[in-house]
Design a binder for this molecule. Structure first.
Ligand code: OFO
Length: 169
């Protein structure tokens, strides 16, 4: 049985992962409105991945005999201004999520909750990838500057991404 403290912290993380889904969905809408359909599709895949993360925490909490409590969601930004700004916001959000995963792990260690420590390791590794992916796109957009031909080329390339839950496991 999981402790009440750990249960509360995991419920807060479910909320953060669902907010991530919501945020990337908002970015998807913004990119679609800018006719950057490849980047919109990349955000759609990212949004699906976040639901997958939320459900991993959800299922884990149920498996440990905890109670899932869904909380109110913050409203995400609507106008992301430029592709560079949108991906920079995505990177900052991933850095925030990484910190929250590390805080959860610190709590699991403090509580001597070994199953939760083991469960969280997947997320520690996943966040390294999440940050690296967003950072690479930010760096490339910085190099592209105002060149619409490079931005359209990146749009085509990013549109090839698909979310595959099996590849995640
Ligand atoms: Fe769930 O990793 Fe992004 O936010």
């Amino acid at each position: 049985m999981i402790s009440k403290k750990m249960e509360k912290a995991i419920n807060e993380q479910i909320n953060r992962e669902l907010f991530s889904e919501y945020l990337y969905l908002s970015m998807q809408a913004w990119f679609a409105g800018e006719n950057l359909d490849g980047m919109a599709s990349w955000m759609a895949a990212q949004s699906q991945e976040e639901r997958f993360h939320a459900m991993k925490f959800f299922d884990y909490l149920m498996d440990r005999g905890g109670t899932v409590k869904l909380m109110a969601m913050e409203q995400p930004e609507v106008d992301f201004k430029t592709p560079l700004n949108a991906f920079t916001e995505a990177l900052k959000h991933e850095q925030f999520i990484t910190k929250s995963i590390h805080d959860l792990l610190d709590l699991a260690i403090k509580e001597k909750d070994h199953p939760t420590q083991s469960f969280l390791q997947w997320f520690v590794d996943e966040q390294v990838e999440e940050e690296a992916t967003a950072d690479k796109i930010v760096q490339r957009l910085k190099m592209a500057g105002n060149s619409m031909s490079i931005i359209f080329m990146m749009d085509r390339e990013l549109g090839e991404r698909e979310f595959d839950p099996e590849a995640e496991e």
